[in-house]
Design a protein around this ligand. Structure first.
Ligand SMILES: C[S@@+](CC[C@H](N)C(=O)[O-])C[C@H]1O[C@@H](n2cnc3c(N)ncnc32)[C@H](O)[C@@H]1O
Length: 271
């Protein structure tokens, strides 16, 4: 089938199934032809392997995220490899990167630790925009494999070291702790494209999604951590403030919002 015809076919099948059928048809065809979307125009009369295209379109019609189908995701100012073993990094986590970079610059921070590295998105963004060394943990071997592949492809293996371990158990000394931990209430009904395809260890945490966030607060106290930046759920500010008070955290906890105006994370500073 010629590309021009294949594009119309793919667009038609995706209509009603995804929000932007033309754009997604183009992305999937470009993925199939291993070219950039803008180059499709030059290949209009090229022959397409229809069965391969059909397989991709069927996966998308089943609501599989396009990032898992193409194995590519944009984050901050770069593109990453992504696959089902790791959470697809979200645009709101770019704010967490900005918060971390602000702290690094302002307080001359040299060593960073990340709990829950996932695809490596946050650590890679921070390493690319600063001079820090990073230690990162994850409990998922699949996520670690993906993160390591990304770290290697950006040649950051000397600056970002990944450990398979729980929370911060494997870290040496560090100045700043960052994390985008699992924070969704296991009873929350997520959309199919998230619930059916993304790893549940990356999404859900017990105690209404608060369990790991509370562990992080305890860690801040126990290790006397000076700087931390952490993402959280839009409805968790109250519970986190309360827990910080209960633990008698000595530093200042400041919450930040995402671009939709929802509470999305906190920065902790103890000087
Ligand atoms: C929400 S994802 C964040 C991934 C990545 N940092 C990002 O922002 O895209 C949370 C990550 O934490 C990991 N994780 C869950 N429990 C953990 C634990 N107890 N210790 C370390 N990592 C954990 C998950 O496997 C997952 O990769």
């Amino acid at each position: 089938m010629m590309l021009k015809k294949a594009l119309l076919w793919a667009q038609k099948v995706l209509t009603g199934k995804v929000e932007r059928p033309r754009l997604e048809a183009e992305i999937l065809l470009a993925h199939l032809l291993n070219c950039r979307r803008e180059e499709l125009i030059l290949k209009e009369i090229e022959d397409i392997d229809f069965n391969s295209l059909k397989a991709l379109i069927e996966r998308r019609c089943e609501q599989e995220p396009i990032e898992y189908i193409t194995n590519r995701v944009s984050f901050y100012d770069f593109e990453l490899f992504i696959d089902k073993g790791a959470l697809i990094p979200r645009p709101e986590s770019e704010i967490l990167v900005d918060k971390a970079l602000e702290l690094i610059k302002k307080h001359n921070i040299r060593k960073v630790a990340e709990i829950g590295v996932g695809s490596g998105a946050l650590s890679i963004a921070i390493a690319r925009h600063s001079k820090v060394d990073i230690e990162a943990s994850d409990i998922s071997q699949d996520a670690i494999k993906i993160a390591q592949k990304n770290i290697n492809s950006f040649k950051l293996q000397d600056r970002i070291k990944i450990h398979k371990c729980n929370m911060a158990e494997c870290f040496g000394n560090f100045d700043l702790l960052i994390s985008n931990p699992p924070y969704i209430d296991p009873n929350f009904k997520l959309e199919k494209n998230v619930a059916a395809f993304e790893p549940h260890t990356a999404l859900f945490a017990p105690n209404k999604g608060l369990a790991i966030l509370f562990e992080i607060l305890k860690l801040i106290k126990a290790k006397n951590i000076k700087y931390a930046a952490c993402e959280m759920g839009y409805d968790q500010k109250e519970a986190i403030s309360q827990k910080a008070k209960e633990l008698n955290l000595p530093g200042k906890l400041e919450f930040y919002k995402d671009l939709a105006g929802l509470d999305r994370g906190f920065v902790y500073i103890y000087e």
